[in-house]
Design a protein around this ligand. Sequence first.
Ligand code: UTP
Length: 404
Amino acid sequence: MKHKTSEILNMMHQEHIVKHMQTLTEQEQYEMVRQIESLDFSVLNTQDNELKRGTFAPLFATTLLEIEQNRERYTEIGLQAIRHGKVGTVLLAGGQGSRLGFDHPKGMFNIGVEHELYIFECLINNLLDVVKQADAWIPLFIMTSEENNKETREFIEKNDYFGYSSANVFFFVQEQLPTVDTNGKLMLADKGVIKTAPNGNGGWYASMAKTGMLQIVKEAKLEWLNVFAVDNVLQRIADPCFIGAVIESGKVSGSKVVAKADPEERVGVLCLEDGKPSIVEYYEMTDEMIQSRESDGTLSYNYGVILNYLFRVDKLNQTLSVKLPLHRAFKKIPYMTPDGEYIKPEEPNAYKFETLALDMVKLQDDCLAYEVDRSKEFAPVKNKTGVDSVETARELLRLNGVEL
Ligand code: UTP
């Protein structure tokens, strides 16, 4: 074992890893040292929610009514941008979906009942609606993780891209960060392998840069990227009306938002922080902010984000040198004990470190909050049952005429 590596591990109070390494063959030790040298251990010092926040102020949305009044014009502007090849889409599918407890990538989940309808299929169907309307293909970048890349690619390829043009689909893999147990100790994934987890959905653009995707963006002369989560099966992707509204506003980014169901709803709200667009989490809001209303009676902090953003590429390029804040998330993380036993926890047991896509909003000069009707565009599949679950998503799909 390299002397330097064990010294560093000891200094980081990770003596158990040094001990484990001593049980390995020379080749295994070599592999493990290589992995350790490639990992960013500075993240281990991250604490919970210690980010200092600025002064918040409300950010008002372009409302459903305003959108309805301008729908035709916005849609035409958006369709033109798509037809001129200015718009690309980015599917964030590198998450672990631990709350759903499905042993495959979340997009492989069958949300159908009578017939098969996979989440990936559902999203691609939604995007195909726009492809047909615009009569133009829209590049689709799919972010996977080391853990789910192979399965995701094989699944989508096996299903003939669910009718999408394979020439317009580009897979890329996000980076991993180490995970720690509740005592701050590194965990093992396997003999000679440190347990890592995907580094959060905030790293998508940096990962696109590292994996050469930005070359494609540049060559195709894409000007806008619509980034979206894998789990909202009702969302409209590359929505021409949304794209048109953002372009017409002259703003450099846009976010689809939904009006809160009630003041206490636990969603991140799009607002201003020190004059910049930003997202305030429900637990960061004071009672006064939660209850505050405007003169027309609407909540001042009313518009929750649904992880569907439009960013202007030139502005994204400017953010590449900025380090996003790191968050610590308590999750169910499978691991191997020092005795070689594999554990698949039923409850959260360890921390992973992630950057968040919502923190990219704060790096933008401005952001158009674009209201959508939650019953038509928001059906997230997060949990097995209960709130934001397979059941609620199925109900909403049916309500919108999707045959299950
Ligand atoms: P979530 O915050 O729901 O995380 O991701 P998750 O890991 O998928 O699920 P849980 O919390 O373990 O149940 C929101 C979106 O961001 C993507 C997810 O795939 C989903 O589309 N994501 C999340 C990534 O692409 N990479 C990550 O590292 C984390």
